[in-house]
Design a protein around this ligand. Structure first.
Ligand code: CA
Ligand code: CA
Length: 147
């Protein structure tokens, strides 16, 4: 047991210093993790409303669900048809999984082209998935409307 009366005050300062150093180190480590692009989102593209239609399928991991603000050419995977997708090198955070079927093969969604993504509750509004640093999240996406 530590005799409080005899223990020098410096002992407590040392303990406090040790605790501070430990917590700072932990903070630094989690900060490093959160900025590392070491997460991935994988899953399957299901045909849904796009059944029978053909063309490249773009799967985008987007920070926004605002169609006008989505960058279709980055953080994506392009598939020749329905099937497995994989998007690597993602920083942790919230992402919307958004898909379109590029019927006229111009690299961007156009009115009438099948559109969809990850909609957990099936209400027609995209839902975000949360990715933790260094982890892989699996979600299936489907076409449920047109752009
Ligand atoms: Ca197009
Ligand atoms: Ca939804």
């Amino acid at each position: 047991m530590i005799d409080l009366k005899k223990t020098p005050i410096t002992f407590f300062f040392k303990i406090i210093l040790l605790l501070l150093t430990a917590s700072l180190t932990l903070c630094k480590k989690s900060e490093l993790l959160s900025h590392k692009a070491d997460g991935a989102i994988i899953g399957n593209v299901l045909p849904g409303e796009a059944a029978g239609k053909s063309g490249p399928i773009y799967v985008v991991a987007s920070r926004t669900s605002d169609r006008d603000a989505i960058n279709w050419s980055s953080q994506n995977d392009v598939l020749p048809s329905h099937g497995a997708f994989r998007i690597d090198e993602l920083v942790e955070g919230k992402y919307y999984l958004i898909i379109f079927l590029d019927e006229n093969r111009n690299g961007v969604p156009d009115p009438g082209e099948p559109f969809g993504g990850y909609d957990a509750n099936g209400d027609g509004i995209l839902d975000p998935v949360t990715l933790i640093g260094g982890k892989t999240v699996q979600v299936d996406v489907t076409f449920f409307t047109v752009f």
